[in-house]
Design a binder for this molecule. Structure first.
Ligand SMILES: [Cu+2]
Length: 140
């Protein structure tokens, strides 16, 4: 009798431990799965690190684009003609001398990527069709 009731007592404790452990595992699994399905926090600085400007026969679009310092603007040529993006002012491009597709290894390509390291409002144009202009605004 004594042995039997002791066995019963141990059995209850084992059951209690199983329930506690199971509850613990359930809690951990539920918490980690909540983490997995949490949407990433909005990070606007990441989004603004790259921006695309499309250039077609109607001009640059968007005409004014804002990007953070250290961000890259990708100019895509859809005009069907040869183009060369450069900072103002035509023809010397001394406003932002490095911002000149012709001076880079992307010369003649339909995609020109430029990383802006200087804060400011940078007017640019297509050197081969200087009436086509746009502005890159670089913020801190
Ligand atoms: Cu020019």
């Amino acid at each position: 009798m004594n042995i039997n009731s002791q066995k019963g007592g141990v059995g209850v404790w084992i059951l209690v431990i199983i329930v506690v452990v199971a509850a613990g595992i359930f809690w951990v699994v539920q918490n980690s799965s909540t983490d997995l399905y949490m949407p990433p926090p909005p990070d606007s600085s990441f989004e603004s690190m790259e921006a695309v400007v499309t250039y077609d026969v109607n001009g640059f679009s968007p005409k004014i684009i804002t990007i953070k310092k250290g961000g890259t603007v990708i100019f895509r040529n859809k005009t069907g003609a040869r183009v060369s993006i450069a900072s103002g002012a035509h023809p010397t491009h001394l406003l932002y001398p490095e911002f000149d597709q012709y001076k880079t290894d992307q010369r003649g390509k339909d995609e020109f990527r430029f990383l802006f390291e200087k804060v400011g409002e940078w007017k640019y144009h297509d050197h081969l069709n200087a009436n086509m202009t746009g502005t890159v605004v670089v913020t801190e």
